[in-house]
Ligand binder design. Structure first.
Ligand code: DC
Length: 241
């Protein structure tokens, strides 16, 4: 697994490297906050959702995941050969690679989002990916976003944020993102996908989405990204002082 650091840093908060966990519901702006924060701090950003999405894409492409269900044994056997990595392109954007292929665009479809939510319910998928994520965080200086980061992947993270926003606000953000990419989504479908994923993410048996006891909650329904970054940088300064 490869990953890199952004360079534009805020030196006043860059002395001691901590780990930062950002958890929350789908389309809550976790990755926007995590990416922005990693850039300010010169930390490594790790998008764990992209890892579940890449695992789902692999299963979909091989016919192990269809509308009918999942072939769990085939998915289990393939876990050892699954090579998921992150690489930066020339514009410093982080891309997700699956067995050497850039799948960054493909993993953002609604079909793969739904597949990721389903494959992430399999305990052996979670064990494999969590182990990889923990390895990435070993040296510190990581901003990681997902659903179980503060509770399972990095229970000792120095700073834990739990992001929330209403389903309608989140569906609207996702809807606009898709339109900007030239897609023609139906709002009702996007909202349905958000609500269905919330339900699955919070009720699955293994590592359901929940707020860690020591996480700080932020409802960003009515906040812009700059306001959120100012808020989270204050939290970083607080835990480092
Ligand atoms: O954050 P995202 O929408 O890219 O995540 C896709 C799916 O992966 C989401 O429905 C739940 C799952 N996921 C998870 O179970 N644990 C994580 N740490 C990250 C994502």
């Amino acid at each position: 697994m490869q990953f890199g650091c952004e360079s534009q840093t805020d030196k006043s908060v860059n002395v001691k490297k901590i780990n930062i966990a950002i958890d929350g519901f789908s389309s809550c702006g976790k990755s926007t906050m995590a990416k922005g924060l990693a850039k300010k701090l010169g930390y490594t950003y790790i998008d764990t959702g992209a890892m579940y999405r890449a695992a789902a894409l692999h299963a979909i492409r091989n016919g192990w995941m269809t509308g009918e269900g999942m072939e769990e044994e085939a998915i289990r056997e393939s876990m050892g050969q699954l090579d998921i990595s992150f690489r930066k392109d020339g514009k410093s954007n982080q891309n997700t690679y699956l067995n050497g292929e850039n799948v960054e665009n493909e993993i953002r479809s609604l079909e793969v989002a739904d597949g990721a939510s389903r494959i992430s319910t399999l305990p052996f998928v979670r064990t494999t990916l969590v182990r990889l994520q923990q390895k990435m965080a070993e040296k510190g200086g990581v901003v990681m976003d997902g659903r179980d980061i503060g509770t399972v992947v990095m229970p000792d993270a120095e700073l834990k944020i739990f992001l929330t926003a209403s389903p309608e606000v989140r569906a609207n953000r996702r809807f606009k993102e898709m339109q900007e990419k030239g897609e023609n989504p139906k709002f009702e479908e996007v909202l349905h996908n958000v609500i269905e994923r919330d339900q699955r993410d919070t009720t699955r048996e293994v590592s359901p989405l929940r707020k860690a006891m020591d996480a700080i909650e932020l409802d960003n329904s009515h906040m812009g990204i700059e306001e959120q970054l100012d808020w989270v940088l204050k939290q970083v300064k607080r835990v480092k002082s």
